[in-house]
Design a protein around this ligand. Structure first.
Ligand code: SAM
Length: 290
């Protein structure tokens, strides 16, 4: 892997045509774990699809796409020791986490846009969380078709995505500026600026998927939201600080001006609250033929 260093952060240069912009170092593992705990707390669990019984029965095969730090895979594998868990990612960020990997879990490097490297009808459950920045508008449908292909009949797909923005950002000019720049970046890389309604459309448009359920949760970043709120707030603040190298030039401002915008945005959230919506959508595969 070819690594590069920017703003003292480590990036993977071998990401092909992917425009996913985040680093792969231990600070990124820290951010992803905070985001994971915030999301898991809001949903009161790691998944919404009705798969608990199959996981407990054992011999279920589970895939996490774009597994990042690998925290979801490690937690799930420890909770369900008689099922098998595989995490895939374009970058070895999961190796930057020193947490032990249970023996029923493993990780593989792969670029999802080259197809998913598994046989048809392999998995009982495929989970994917927060990948909008790594998938362009035209890549989504072929990618979902790949997931459907590798799912067993009766198996479940579940997608989780969050809004890019904060519910009260129009009340603060600095907040609006910074999130508007982030949405502009997503538009430039041809990803969805507003991903949430699309998640359901993708699953509804696939003939082989049924029992589609779509639910949303508010990820509260307010101080009053306690520990989960703090995790959500810190992880988003780190994400925006990390993206300075991309967003400050887009906004035509200096690094110092950018840092001041991030600070004032999160000072506002600490004082007045704020949060964002995230959705989970899951569906069951009815037949093994595409
Ligand atoms: C925002 S992180 C989410 C990580 C994890 N799912 C979570 O919720 O904590 C997005 C992940 O998708 C991965 N990714 C982006 N583009 C990818 C691609 N083309 N193929 C595989 N993984 C990709 C990134 O490397 C990153 O680890």
């Amino acid at each position: 892997m070819t690594k590069s260093v920017n703003d003292e952060r480590i990036f993977n240069e071998d990401i092909g045509d992917s425009s996913y912009p985040m680093p792969i170092d231990t600070e990124e593992v820290y951010r992803l774990k905070l985001m994971h705990y915030a999301i898991k707390s809001a949903w009161k669990g790691n998944f919404s699809a009705p798969i608990k019984e199959a996981l407990e029965r054992g011999n279920a095969k589970i895939l996490d796409i774009g597994c990042g730090s690998g925290v979801w895979i490690r937690e799930m594998a420890a909770l369900y020791p008689s099922s098998t868990f595989i995490g895939i990612d374009i970058s070895p960020t999961f190796q930057s986490d020193s947490s032990p990997t249970p023996s029923n879990a493993s990780f593989q490097l792969c670029d999802i846009h080259n197809g998913l490297p598994f046989n048809d009808n392999t998995f009982d459950y495929v989970h994917q969380s927060s990948l909008n920045g790594g998938i362009s508008k035209t890549q989504w449908e072929p990618h979902i078709d790949q997931i459907v292909r590798i799912l067993k009949s009766g198996g479940y797909i579940e997608l989780q995505e969050g809004d890019v923005g904060v519910n009260n950002e129009n009340e603060n000019k600095d907040m609006h500026l910074i999130w508007e720049a982030l949405r502009g970046f997503l538009v430039d890389i041809n990803s969805f600026k507003v991903i949430i309604p699309q998640v359901k459309n993708f699953l509804e448009s696939r003939k082989q998927l049924t029992n589609i359920e779509f639910n949303s949760q508010f990820i509260d970043m307010a101080v009053s939201a306690g520990k989960p709120g703090e995790c959500a707030r810190i992880s988003y603040k780190i994400a925006l600080s990390t993206l300075r190298f991309l967003l400050a030039p887009r906004m035509n401002i200096s690094n110092e001006e950018y840092d001041a915008l991030v600070k004032s945005s999160f000072d506002f959230i600490e004082k007045y609250g704020g949060g964002y919506t995230c959705v989970r959508c899951f569906a069951r595969k009815i037949s093994s033929k595409l």
